[in-house]
Design a binder for this molecule. Structure first.
Ligand code: FPP
Length: 240
């Protein structure tokens, strides 16, 4: 049984396997992403209903630009569709949408949809739903180091650079309301690697993997993953 008193504060998900799901079903890759979008919506709903504070999904990495132009533009069209169909429901559920990554370079229709979403949900106080778009962990750390260097150069930042300073300059830092590090990172589709996701923030995260392909990931499977997390013994480098 899920222990509602010991829910993770922040769950992050690497939504993998849309392409393989499409292949299995004999449909185009984009149909796989569309099914993935539907799965994502269900998980946002359930996360909100469970009272989880932060949910972060890896929607598009800095490496995903290597895919065909058709696939890339199709993924961003899905984002527009998601906003059109689901923004009001998210808003009613008091979900606050934020982004990680430099989304200024995505197609303009998608950028506008995203900006509308961020603006409409900015004052919501429920689940914070972070969508990582054009996000890469190394890129994020490099950008933070450059921003810190620039502020030291101009004199707006002084003193020792500690871990807390670095955290504040990451995408998850000041710009995103200083999101706590993920307690639980889930990856679907049987792959067991981080793929440049939340490299700094995952220092003490619990990882739970499932063979399910992302479009087959249901709220019930989500709850099972949280139960696995709840049975883990988190020691943060200490001993019991
Ligand atoms: C990984 O599956 C999935 C992606 C790279 C895209 C994820 C996108 C969605 C779930 C749709 C939602 C999109 C937005 C922008 C909110 P894969 O294509 O790598 O699968 P494969 O490894 O089986 O080929």
């Amino acid at each position: 049984m899920l222990d509602l008193d010991r829910m993770p504060t922040h769950v992050a998900i690497i939504m993998d396997g849309n392409g393989r799901w499409a292949k299995q079903h004999g449909v185009p890759r984009l149909a796989g992403h569309n099914a993935g979008m539907e799965a994502m919506k269900e998980i946002v709903r359930r996360a909100s209903d469970l009272g989880i504070r932060y949910l972060t999904v890896y929607a598009f990495s800095t490496e995903n630009w290597k895919r065909s132009q058709e696939e890339v533009s199709g993924i961003f069209k899905l984002l527009v569709k998601f906003v059109k169909l689901d923004l009001d429901e998210l808003d009613e559920k008091n979900v606050k949408v934020m982004t990680l990554g430099d989304y200024s370079v995505i197609p303009s229709a998608a950028r506008k949809s995203l900006e509308k979403t961020l603006a409409q949900t900015a004052n919501n106080t429920g689940l914070q739903f972070n969508i990582a778009i054009n996000y890469g962990g190394r890129d994020e750390i490099t950008r933070a180091v450059n921003r810190i260097a620039e502020e030291i150069r101009t004199g707006s930042l002084e003193g020792e650079i500690d871990e807390e300073t670095i955290s504040r300059y990451l995408y998850t830092g000041d710009e995103c309301g200083n999101v706590p590090d993920p307690d639980l990172i889930i990856r679907t589709s049987g792959e067991e690697r981080l793929s440049n996701f939340l490299l700094w923030q995952c220092a003490y995260s619990e990882f739970v993997f499932t063979d399910k392909l992302w479009p087959d990931f249901t709220p019930e499977v989500f709850e099972e993953m949280i139960q696995i997390y709840q049975n883990r013994d988190r020691r943060y480098g200490g001993r019991k």
